[in-house]
Write a protein that binds this ligand. Structure first.
Ligand SMILES: *[C@@H]1O[C@H](CO)[C@@H](O)[C@H](O)[C@H]1NC(C)=O
Ligand SMILES: *[C@@H]1O[C@H](CO)[C@@H](O)[C@H](O)[C@H]1NC(C)=O
Ligand SMILES: *[C@@H]1O[C@H](CO)[C@@H](O)[C@H](O)[C@H]1NC(C)=O
Ligand SMILES: *[C@@H]1O[C@H](CO)[C@@H](O)[C@H](O)[C@H]1NC(C)=O
Ligand SMILES: *[C@@H]1O[C@H](CO)[C@@H](O)[C@H](O)[C@H]1NC(C)=O
Length: 565
């Protein structure tokens, strides 16, 4: 029943029954007689064995957690957030006589690769005639820099034009019906595709707003109201379906995940250009934050045709930091643990100077295991190995995903292991951001075909593994996911079928939706190797991620005077 696996590992493989595997915690120091193979080598730093094998890193992690806890306390999302409606001041017609001049202040960013780095602009007293969809800048004639016609502002979807007005009589023709008293962030459409929306539109919005608040780590949601101009609705009719008009003229996202994230950004209801019932309003504070050219997400190489953003305007480290901060902020708002927070079982290992014990069974041994055994998922605080598959969708499917799950269940035979388990069936994320993030946060190795589900790798801990499956010939696709893995501080593995014949070239992705049949034994062997070595990588990845997050040279800060609005 026991097989010696030869020279590489000193340990023997055990194919015991689940019952006999119940050695919950185990000192690796005393483990030489064990018949279990370990995923974790004996500590190589020598000073400390634990879930993290470096005590200095463990200290740094706790330091960071303390900082985050203090800074971001009020921002916790607990189900429904009640909105604050104190954002508008109605003006009785013909009684308002103020019409203050507009002002504008812009700030350059550190983005060296653009011809101009100008990004954040804070304007005050911007007039908007919603009946004809026109914006006005009421210029002070005493200004040194007189502008004659229009001002063009970079906003996330392109340009926004302000008409210049100099004449008090002209401006008074715009009968103001209300003043928007909160700082208004002028934004572009949220891509309704989960991956594109989560990573490419909400992500950059987070970076610029958190930087504008001079911290780069969170958004103070009481400080911004979100506003969409007509452009998003004119350019894409489908955007209308994403928002519901409320009786007071404000709007609500109809897509659940998007609504959840929206509520993290702002305590105030969403406004669009139709909110003002064809009246003229004044925006007290009008904020623009540059466009996608300067803050495009990091992987638009492949999507550049349909989503016409430029790619890689920032350095990799900046993206790493930004997505890390963004994901931490999302987790925090969902009331989920930080990526740097040990779970209770991990903490226990840390305190007791122990390593994880995860039995691995060679494929040739046959453990007695049962799929129907109790999983006790509620109490489980360890990590998962999951196989995600779009079962039955007919697109990008793995044809033999069940077979892979079965093989993994055999190789990781302890299905009650407190540290690592194989998800016992094909996995798919739910349409619930909380559940999705919670699950992804505890995935140690995710195997899946390219697709929106892989976007959830953003919630995975640094050093965990994205194992990408690609249809034959579609090697270009892995550019994106390898890049995601890099940016999200993950390890990356790739499997693609070998050539069917010489007709299919490496770069001839004939059908990126094509189903893929896996060679199970190859993948299982690689999974075992990746899992066995994860702990050694874990320390390095976590350390690097923490240092990136703490590196203030990677964030931009607006000019003095812009940060206090
Ligand atoms: C972050 O950097 C500051 C100084 O730049 C340092 O004092 C602090 O300990 C660092 N924190 C972490 C968690 O690395
Ligand atoms: C921003 O940078 C441009 C050149 O890249 C420069 O001409 C301009 O003066 C800078 N503006 C500010 C406000 O620093
Ligand atoms: C958020 O902004 C409000 C209003 O400006 C302020 O009172 C509060 O202290 C801020 N919260 C944090 C955590 O900075
Ligand atoms: C959007 O469309 C409306 C109606 O078709 C038009 O009046 C308005 O000028 C358009 N706005 C922009 C920014 O294209
Ligand atoms: C628009 O109309 C709704 C009623 O339909 C009203 O509640 C809301 O205050 C109006 N908004 C503005 C800016 O006038």
């Amino acid at each position: 029943m026991f097989n010696n696996i030869g020279s590489k590992k000193i340990f023997l493989i055990s194919c015991m029954t689940i019952g006999s595997l119940f050695i919950v915690l185990y000192f690796t120091k005393n483990s030489t007689t064990s018949q279990l193979i370990y995923t974790t080598p004996i500590s190589f730093t020598n000073d400390h064995v634990g879930w993290i094998t470096s005590s200095s890193l463990y200290k740094e992690m706790n330091l960071y957690l303390k900082l985050i806890r203090n800074k971001n306390e009020q921002n916790i999302f607990q189900g429904k957030r009640s909105l604050n409606y104190n954002y508008i001041k109605f003006i009785k017609k013909n009684t308002w006589n103020q019409y203050p001049f507009s002002t504008r202040k812009c700030s350059n960013t550190s983005n060296q690769e653009l011809s101009t780095g100008i990004e954040y602009c804070l304007l005050t007293n911007i007039y908007y005639n919603s009946a004809i969809d026109q914006y006005y800048y009421y210029q002070n004639p005493a200004d040194i820099q007189i502008i004659t016609k229009t001002i063009e502002l970079d906003v996330s979807y392109g340009k926004l034009t302000l008409n210049i007005l100099n004449d008090i009589l002209e401006i008074k023709k715009l009968i103001i019906s209300s003043v928007l008293i909160r700082p208004i962030y002028v934004g572009g459409p949220i891509d309704p595709n989960y991956a594109h929306g989560l990573l490419e539109t909400f992500g950059p919005r987070f970076w610029v707003l958190s930087e504008l608040q001079s911290n780069g780590l969170f958004i103070n949601s009481s400080q911004f109201q979100i506003y969409y101009t007509s452009h998003m609705f004119n350019t894409s009719i489908r955007n209308w379906r994403l928002y519901d008009r409320q009786s007071d003229g404000t709007y609500r996202d109809t897509v659940k995940w998007s609504a959840t994230i929206q509520s993290m950004f702002s305590d105030y209801p969403l406004l669009i250009y139709k909110s003002f019932n064809e009246t003229t309003v004044m925006f007290k504070y009008f904020i623009t934050t540059g466009n996608q050219v300067s803050r495009t997400p990091a992987w638009d190489f492949y999507y550049s045709v349909s989503r016409s953003f430029r790619f890689h305007p920032f350095h990799t480290r900046q993206y790493r930091r930004n997505y890390l901060a963004y994901s931490e902020w999302l987790l925090k708002n969902l009331n989920l643990p930080s990526k740097f927070q040990l779970t209770s079982t991990q903490e226990q290992l840390q305190q007791n100077h122990m390593s994880e014990l995860i039995p691995i069974c060679d494929p040739i041994c046959r453990p007695k295991w049962s799929k129907s055994s109790e999983y006790n998922e509620k109490e489980f605080t360890g990590d998962w190995i999951v196989v995600i598959n779009r079962v039955g969708s007919g697109r990008r499917e793995i044809t033999n995903a069940d077979e892979l799950v079965d093989a993994l269940l055999k190789v990781f035979p302890d299905h009650t292991n407190p540290y690592l388990r194989v998800w016992p069936k094909q996995f798919n994320f739910k349409d619930d951001l909380y559940k999705t993030a919670q699950m992804a946060r505890s995935i140690r190795l995710m195997i899946g075909v390219h697709g929106a589900g892989l976007a959830n790798t953003i919630f995975m801990r640094p050093g965990t593994i994205l194992y990408e499956i690609n249809p034959i010939g579609c090697r270009k696709l892995s550019f994106n996911f390898h890049r995601w893995a890099t940016i999200f501080n993950l390890q990356h593995a790739l499997w693609s079928p070998s050539q069917k014949g010489f007709l299919i070239q490496d770069d001839a992705c004939q059908n990126r939706q094509e189903a893929t049949t896996l060679v199970i034994s190859e993948i299982v062997k690689e999974v075992v190797n990746l899992i066995e070595n994860e702990q050694e990588y874990r320390n390095g990845y976590i350390r690097r991620a923490l240092h990136l997050l703490n590196d203030t040279s990677l964030t931009d800060h607006p000019q003095i005077g812009l940060e206090k609005i």
